[in-house]
Design a protein around this ligand. Structure first.
Ligand code: GLU
Length: 447
């Protein structure tokens, strides 16, 4: 897609100032592509160079993370925290531990997070962090030593009113526990609101574990409802088998759909009878196993090493593994096979070609910054409970999450309409998220 002529130089500056950071370029370009008509309506954004400022993180921290493995050998990893934008609240966003993590990946995720967090309507800015540490096949002791070393540097940048990390790929309840323990020890403060995704016994929120997956399905349900349809009897594919995928599958089943396949980096599991969520939880959450272990124990399931999920017929697809996992060719196959709705459970799992294909075919497409905002929204609810030293019930918290997802859907839907692209949730999300942040940036002066 061509960029508005005012935005061409802005994008050129982003690529020139951030060489080699292809995922960041991709995320920035996707937002800029939506903003031409916004600048026409709001010349003040141009005057205040809001877009140029939004593309430049407020602060970027890179640090050494030394630790010792179980053999006594010294290991060195690199840690990152990109504090991208704080006009709406403290920097908020997860930590990702994965060998693919580098500055460009963290910046793409942090950039997405600004708009996602704005869409939740809650007072949270945007940030992201992580490390190129690979948690796969590491012992609990190694994970703990790594988390302690990571926090020994990161703690000085955090605070409940400053920067509040949470989990992402490779960071779940276990890691948040070790990180929180070290923060508490170094600072001598029981500052619950400094991290979210905590355990239920020590300041965590109900529904936080389920929130991203549940939220993505609530968003899908709203998109289907807007077209006079529902989940009833629908066949779905959910890629991945981590925290997002597991709870997306659970909620799709609750709402009357059937998920027939999921995956991990080794391959896919196809289960015509529908994925057995309890067995999947047992294998993935308790045993930290692989989807091939699930297939070994489930007579109706078949494991295909290195298989591509997107060739299977379905009505609904929820890519919930990682960035750029679903290509233009995959999207064409999905459309040909009758797919009518897609929601991004992961961050930017669809390539720009895939997104274009879905939009051109009239598929209801929920971009990640809207569809997967339920996780961070529930993190903000966790902060709210921590601040008031309260804890809410599962039912009440889930109701709040469902309401937030409905509001995000409606805001994206109405904004897409207002800007002349009805049904285009990509434009709706980019524009609605951007305007909220941009207005605050103008109001707060040159900061
Ligand atoms: N990592 C999640 C995301 O991509 C959640 C972040 C949070 O809860 O702060 O939005």
């Amino acid at each position: 897609m061509v960029l508005d002529e005012k935005l061409e130089p802005v994008y050129a500056a982003v690529t020139a100032r951030n060489p080699g950071e292809t995922e960041f370029h991709q995320a920035a370009r996707e937002v800029l592509e939506s903003l031409g008509p916004v600048l026409a309506k709001h010349p003040e954004y141009n005057e205040h160079k809001v877009i140029e400022r939004i593309c430049e993180p407020e602060r970027q921290i890179i640090f050494r993370v030394p630790w010792q493995d179980d053999h006594g050998e010294v290991q060195i990893n690199r840690g990152f925290r990109v504090e991208f934008n704080s006009v709406l609240g403290p920097y908020k966003g997860g930590l990702r531990f994965h060998p693919s993590v580098n500055l460009g990946i963290v910046k793409f995720l942090g950039f997405e997070q600004i708009f996602k967090n704005a869409l939740t309507g809650l007072p949270i800015g945007g940030g992201k962090g992580g490390s190129d540490f690979d948690p796969k096949r590491r012992s609990d002791d190694e994970i703990m030593r790594f988390c302690q070393s990571f926090m020994t540097e990161l703690f000085r940048h955090l605070g409940e009113h400053t920067d509040v990390p949470a989990g992402d790929v490779g960071v779940g309840g276990r890691e948040i526990g070790y990180l929180f323990g070290q923060y508490k020890r170094i600072t001598n403060r029981y500052e619950s609101g400094v991290l979210t995704g905590k355990g239920l016994d020590w300041g965590g929120s109900q529904v936080r574990t389920e929130a991203t997956g549940f939220g993505a399905v609530f968003f899908l349900a709203e998109m289907l409802r807007a077209r006079g349809d529902s989940f009833d009897g629908k066949i779905a594919l959910v890629s991945g088998s981590g925290n997002v995928a597991i709870y997306a599958i659970e909620k799709i089943h609750d709402l009357g759909g059937r998920v027939v396949a999921c995956s991990d980096s080794d391959g896919i599991v196809h289960d015509e009878k529908g994925i057995d969520v309890e067995l999947l939880k047992q294998v993935k959450e308790r045993e930290r196993g692989r989807v091939s272990d699930y297939a070994d124990r489930r007579p109706t399931a078949e494991f295909v090493a290195g298989g591509n999920l997107w060739g299977l017929p379905c009505d609904i697809a929820v890519p919930s593994a990682t960035q750029n996992e679903l290509t233009g060719t995959d999207a064409e196959r999905l459309v040909r096979n009758g797919c009518i709705a897609v929601a991004e459970g992961a961050n930017m799992p669809c390539t720009p070609e895939a997104v274009r294909t879905f939009l051109a075919a009239g598929v209801a497409f929920g971009p990640g910054k809207a569809a997967n905002a339920g996780g961070v929204a529930t993190s903000a609810l966790e902060m709210q409970q921590n601040a008031s030293r309260d804890s809410w019930t599962f039912e009440y918290t889930e109701e709040r999450l469902a309401g937030i997802m409905r509001d995000i859907h409606d805001r994206c839907f109405e904004t897409a309409d207002e800007y002349g692209t009805p049904g285009n949730y990509v434009n709706g999300a980019n524009i609605a998220g951007f305007i909220k942040v941009a207005n605050a940036m103008v109001a707060l002066g040159l900061v």
